[in-house]
Write a protein that binds this ligand. Sequence first.
Ligand code: WT7
Length: 642
Amino acid sequence: MSLLHVKSFEDYKETYKKSVERPEEFWSGIAETFKWRKKWDKVLSWDFKDLNVKWFEGAKLNITENCLDRHIVERGDKPAIIWEPNEPGEAHRVLSYKQLLFKVEQFGNVLKNNGVVKGDRVCIYLPMVPELVIAVLACARIGAVHSVVFGGFSAQSIADRINDAKAKLVITADGGFRGKKVIELKDIVDDALGQCKSVEKVIVLTRARIPVSMLKGRDVWWEDEIIKVETQGNPHCPPEEMDAEDMLFILYTSGSTGTPKGVVHTCGGYMVFTGYTFTNTFQYQLGDVYFCTADIGWITGHSYIVYGPLSQGATSLLFEGIPTYPDAGRFWDITDKHKVNILYTAPTAIRSLMGFGDEYVEGKDLNSIKTLGSVGEPINEEAWEWFHEKIGKGKAPIVDTYWQTETGGFLISPIAGITPEIPSFAMFPQPGIQLVLVDENGKEIEGNDVSGNLCIKFPWPGMLRTTYGDHERCKKTYFSTYEGMYFTGDGALRDEHGYYRITGRVDDVLNVSGHRIGTAEVEDAINKHSDVVESAVVGYPHAVKGQGIYAFVVGNHRHTDEPDLMRGDINKTVSRIIGAIAKPDKIQFVSGLPKTRSGKIMRRILRKIAEGDTSNLGDTTTLLDPEVVEEIKRGAEEMRSK
Ligand code: WT7
């Protein structure tokens, strides 16, 4: 038990009350538990109108000193990272805090040797191997800003992210393993770099041992660079002293309009918030083995594989592969093998594994599990019950953590074993999080047994500070829909007890297998196909993925002869432009889209048709061409009956 753990439900209520009444005092108390080069002059200054939020102003720190150096004396030989490879036959690796620090310092020097200085942006496109954690921390060590790109994104997406951030250096691998597949990461990076003028160097890690192209002067091998550093003789790389509000990283995420935005997180507040929420929400105890199944390419991996756990001296298990390889029992094998105490995963994974049947769980020793966690989308009751019974053996609490890339860490969640939990409810605001539900006019909805749009009216240390290179866009996207508040984009209800349940996005953002995808982005990609006139993309309920992608496409001539070939073409186009994760699950060709007289696509109608609910489409008389709705309905029924 530490200062960071709330100790009882009563304690949670008191802590929450204090955090709202005296936020500065509350957060500075939490911040005191971290290591600072210099303490802050001011805990908080803020203005949501011009979006200017500063936490721990004047403070100096390096987050890696908190994640590594400060644990060396007491926990130097304790495991920081346990790495489980894709192939169960390959040896796993354990990196103690000492070893991890050593490697981070080494690689920090590699980055410096390759011209990276404080403030430079570095793009990281690596598989889930320990070197990914090392690369991330090495950037933070020298004050470079990392931008990790998930391995499922295409060359075009990498290029867009590199160009937006003007990244100077890229870190990748020859290839990565995911189940039976080899992902040719370096090839994909090479395709991207044709469009990227800012990139001077590419560091390539050997992982898959597949042939890759290496350009003299630009591309260097990770392993060679390490040898160079070794021969230089100095094993140390002192932590760069950072201001609390200096940028720590950029992570691109999709919104309802336009291209993905680079969400910016800063050093001090993000560290305090992720460390605190990690320890408190999971009730992490030193020595626990903690396994988060997310990919570091997403915010969950940043906050709750790397920074949160490591700042707390935890043991964080990193898994390279996928839940169904070599079979659907892999998570449970890993749990058994490494005696996992806390398992944090996504509803889509639970639903998929549940579908394979209980035989994959039976016979696995899951007695080590004491806490379970879920993230990414609302967890349906059936999945919750299965997780609770089959994995938690009816004993382990489940924390359903609601949060976002933009929030840095948990906003709403039970606290493991401390607060009550109800399946499909995220339950309680975390200390320091001041939630409000508002109606369409932005008026606060008070009392219980109500629902509305979920906003936050007071800053918290882990919140985004800007979107890279475009502060106006950040203000507009998050802080202008409802004046004076951060708008999450989600709807929520507060039940008669005051417990929160997230009802899902109210904007045009989809959540497919826990991956966030903007409908506008998918439409833009589809529309780039030479035979497409226009398209409209909506989500529909999908038994495993949570949401599937449904595209209504107006094409010219060709599709009428060979619709399946055209569907394949469209999928290929979307894979090229965004990545395979954004491929539509269903494509329906239509002769036109339902539009208002002013030309606005009536998505409400398309959503209903995609959901298979055409009984009440609402008023269609304002449509330019009401006939088109009948045609789309017929087409959708035809597709379903096939
Ligand atoms: C969106 C954020 C936060 C890490 C993973 C996703 C949805 C997330 C929950 C939950 C219901 C959830 C929301 C949110 N979401 N967690 N526990 N219950 N919905 O991060 O890609 O930034 O997506 O995921 O709709 O807005 P992200």
